[in-house]
Design a protein around this ligand. Structure first.
Ligand SMILES: NC(=O)C1=CN([C@@H]2O[C@H](COP(=O)(O)OP(=O)(O)OC[C@H]3O[C@@H](n4cnc5c(N)ncnc54)[C@H](OP(=O)(O)O)[C@@H]3O)[C@@H](O)[C@H]2O)[C@@H](O)CC1
Ligand SMILES: [K+]
Length: 507
C-alpha cells in the first residue's frame, strides 16, 4: 500500500471527494474509526473527542456519531467554527446521536478518566510548529494520561517528514484515513503513532494520483502473504529453493550457522554452505541438514572457482556474514559476485569489499543489507542522520540501481521504482546474529524466484514479525536462533478485513 506525503494525500483526497463527495468520505471515515473505539477503550469513562476546526475535527464528530457501543460520548470543539460541509454534516449527526458538545479549550482534568480520547485536532494539513490553540489541546491530551486514538496522524507530528513538535500526542493507535501518511511511519513520529491502522475509505484505486517520484510503499499483511512463495506439489529439494551461503571464518563460524538457519527456516529445500577450512569443524557440528563445502581462503582464485562450481546447482547466493575483512576475502567476494549470474544478497563483510567496486554491480540482481554504519561507508557519503535516511537511501539507489535494505528502527528497502518502509519489527531484534538470519531468509526468497526488491521487502517484513513472535514466546533474552525458529509461525497471516487494515502494532 502506498504511504503518502501530505501533498500526495491532498491530490488523492481531491479526486476522491470529486467522485464520491466529501460528506460520504467523512461518514465512511467516521464509521471506520468507530469500529476501533471499543478495541482501545478501557474503564467505564466516556469516549471524548477533541476536534479542531478542520476536517480532522470533522472525523472526531463523525466517529462519535457512528459509535454505537453504548458508552457516553463527549466532544470538545469550537462552537463558532466555520468548517466544511462534511464537518457540518458530521457535527449535526453527532448532535442527533446524543453526543454531548462542549466548547474548547479543554483541560487535562476534563479528559482524565476518559475511556479513550479521539485526537481530531489536526490532520494531514498540519504544519509545525503548532499554533497556540492546537498546542494547548495537545498539551491537555498529553497531561491527562488518557489512552488516545489519533485520527489520521497524532497531532504534533509532521505528516510527511515524521518530525515532532514540542507538544505531541502519543497515541496507542492511529487510524489513517485513505492512505497511511509517510510521517507516521518515520522516526521520531513513529513512536507517537502506536499501532497503525488504515481505512481505505473508497480510495483503493487512488495510488496513481499525484505521484511523480518513486513512491513510498508499506506492506500490509495480505500483500506480504501474497508475496511468500508456495511450494508446488511436485517440488523436489532443489526446486524448493537452493541457496548457497558463502559465510563464516575461523573467528566467526556462528554467522554462517545463523545465515544457514535463516535460509532453512525460510523454507529452502537445499542449503549449501561454502566456508573457509578453519570454520568447517564448527559448522559441521551445528549444521546437520545443510551441506558444508570448504575452501582455502589463502588461495582466492581456487576458492572462487570452488564456489562458482557450486552455483551450478544453486539458485541464489548469500555472501558476507562472518567472512572477515582480509584482502583474500575481498578477492573472494568480488570474484563470486562479479562471476555469477545468480541473484545475490550481500551483507556484513561483503559490503565492505563491494564498496570499492560498486560501479561493477550497477543494476545487478543484487540486494545489499547494510546497517547505518555500513551504509555510510558503501554510499561514500558519510554518516546518515536519522531524518536523512529516506533521502540518502533514495540518492544511493538512484545512483547505483542496487536494491538496498537499510536496517534501522524502520528498515527501508529501496529499488529504482519505489522505497518500501518496513512496518514490522521489535527492539528484541537488536541482538547479535539476527542480521545473519535475515540474510539467509532473503537468500531463500531469491532462490525461490522472487525479484530482488520483493525478496528484500518480504524478508524484512517476515523477519520483523518473527522477532515479535520470538519475543512473545520468550518474553526476554531472544537470541538470533529464536528468530529463525519463529519464521514458520510468523509466516501465518490471519484473514484480513480490507476495510480496516492493521499495518503494524506498537513496537
Ligand atoms: N478531504 C477529504 O476528503 C477527507 C478528509 N478527511 C480528514 O480531513 C483531514 C484534513 O482536514 P483539513 O484539510 O481540514 O486539515 P486539518 O489537518 O484538519 O487542519 C485544519 C487546518 O488547520 C490549519 N493549520 C494546520 N496547522 C496549522 C498551524 N501550525 N498553525 C495554524 N494553522 C494550522 C490549516 O489551515 P490553513 O492555515 O492552511 O488555512 C489546516 O487546513 C484529514 O487528515 C482527515 O482526517 C477524512 O474525513 C477523509 C475525507
Ligand atoms: K489528529
Amino acid at each position: 500500500m502506498r504511504a503518502v506525503t501530505a501533498a500526495q494525500m491532498r491530490a488523492i483526497d481531491a479526486a476522491a471527494a470529486a467522485r464520491d463527495g466529501e460528506v460520504a468520505l467523512m461518514r465512511a471515515a467516521g464509521a471506520a474509526i468507530a469500529r476501533l473505539i471499543d478495541r482501545y477503550a478501557h474503564g467505564d469513562g466516556p469516549i471524548v473527542g477533541v476536534a479542531g476546526n478542520g476536517n480532522n475535527g470533522g472525523d472526531a464528530y463523525a466517529a462519535l456519531a457512528a459509535y454505537a457501543g453504548g458508552r457516553r460520548r463527549i466532544v470538545y470543539g469550537d462552537p463558532a467554527a466555520e468548517g466544511s460541509r462534511a464537518r457540518h454534516d458530521a457535527r449535526w449527526r453527532a448532535r442527533i446521536a446524543g453526543v454531548e458538545e462542549r466548547p474548547l479549550p479543554v483541560d487535562a482534568n476534563a479528559l482524565r478518566g476518559a475511556a479513550l480520547v479521539l485526537d481530531g485536532v489536526l490532520g494531514v494539513n498540519a504544519r509545525l510548529p503548532l499554533d497556540a490553540r492546537s498546542a494547548a489541546a495537545v498539551a491537555a491530551i498529553a497531561a491527562s494520561g488518557a489512552a488516545v486514538l489519533a485520527l489520521d496522524i497524532p497531532t504534533g507530528t509532521e505528516p510527511t517528514t515524521g518530525a515532532v513538535d514540542a507538544h505531541v500526542v502519543r497515541a496507542v493507535a492511529t487510524i489513517a484515513l485513505g492512505r497511511p501518511k509517510l510521517g507516521t511511519l518515520l522516526d521520531p513520529a513513529r513512536d507517537c503513532t502506536g499501532a497503525l491502522w488504515c481505512a481505505p475509505i473508497g480510495m483503493r484505486d487512488a495510488d496513481a494520483a499525484g505521484v511523480d517520484d518513486p513512491p513510498a510503499e508499506v506492506l500490509d499483511p495480505a500483500a506480504f502473504a501474497a508475496l511468500l512463495p508456495v511450494r508446488a506439489d511436485e517440488s523436489d529439494k532443489r526446486s524448493s529453493g537452493a541457496p548457497l551461503i558463502v559465510a563464516g571464518s575461523t573467528q566467526f563460524p556462528g554467522a554462517a550457522v545463523l545465515c544457514a538457519w535463516g535460509a532453512a527456516r525460510a523454507g529452502a529445500g537445499y542449503v549449501t554452505v561454502a566456508a573457509p577450512e578453519g570454520a568447517a569443524a564448527a559448522l559441521r557440528a551445528h549444521l546437520v541438514e545443510q551441506v558444508v563445502v570448504t575452501y582455502d581462503e589463502r588461495d582466492p582464485a581456487a576458492a572462487v572457482q570452488t564456489i562458482l562450481d557450486l552455483t551450478n546447482r544453486c539458485s541464489a547466493i548469500a555472501i558476507g556474514p562472518g567472512l572477515g575483512l582480509s584482502d583474500d576475502s575481498a578477492a573472494i567476494v568480488n570474484g563470486v559476485v562479479g562471476g555469477t549470474t545468480l541473484p545475490v544478497v550481500a551483507d556484513a563483510s561483503a559490503l565492505y569489499h563491494l564498496a570499492k567496486r560498486l560501479d561493477a554491480y550497477r543494476d545487478a540482481p543484487l540486494v545489499i543489507t547494510p546497517h547505518a554504519g555500513e551504509f555510510a561507508r558503501i554510499s561514500g557519503k558519510g554518516t546518515v542522520a536519522p531524518d536523512e535516511r529516506l533521502a540518502r537511501v533514495r540518492e544511493f539507489v538512484d545512483r547505483t540501481g542496487i536494491v538496498t535494505l537499510l536496517k534501522g528502527r524502520t528498515t527501508l528497502i529501496a529499488s529504482r521504482d519505489a522505497t518500501h518502509l518496513n512496518p514490522t519489527g521489535t527492539n528484541a531484534l537488536a541482538t547479535a546474529g539476527t542480521g545473519d538470519v535475515l540474510t539467509g531468509a532473503i537468500a531463500t526468497l531469491l532462490a525461490q524466484g522472487l525479484a530482488p526488491v520483493d525478496a528484500a521487502r518480504a524478508g524484512a517484513y517476515w523477519h520483523g514479525r518473527a522477532g515479535s513472535v520470538a519475543l512473545a514466546h520468550r518474553h526476554r533474552g531472544v537470541v538470533a536462533r529464536d528468530v529463525a525458529e519463529a519464521l514458520g509461525e510468523a509466516s501465518l497471516v490471519a484473514p484480513q478485513d480490507p476495510e480496516l487494515i492493521r499495518l503494524f502494532s506498537s513496537r
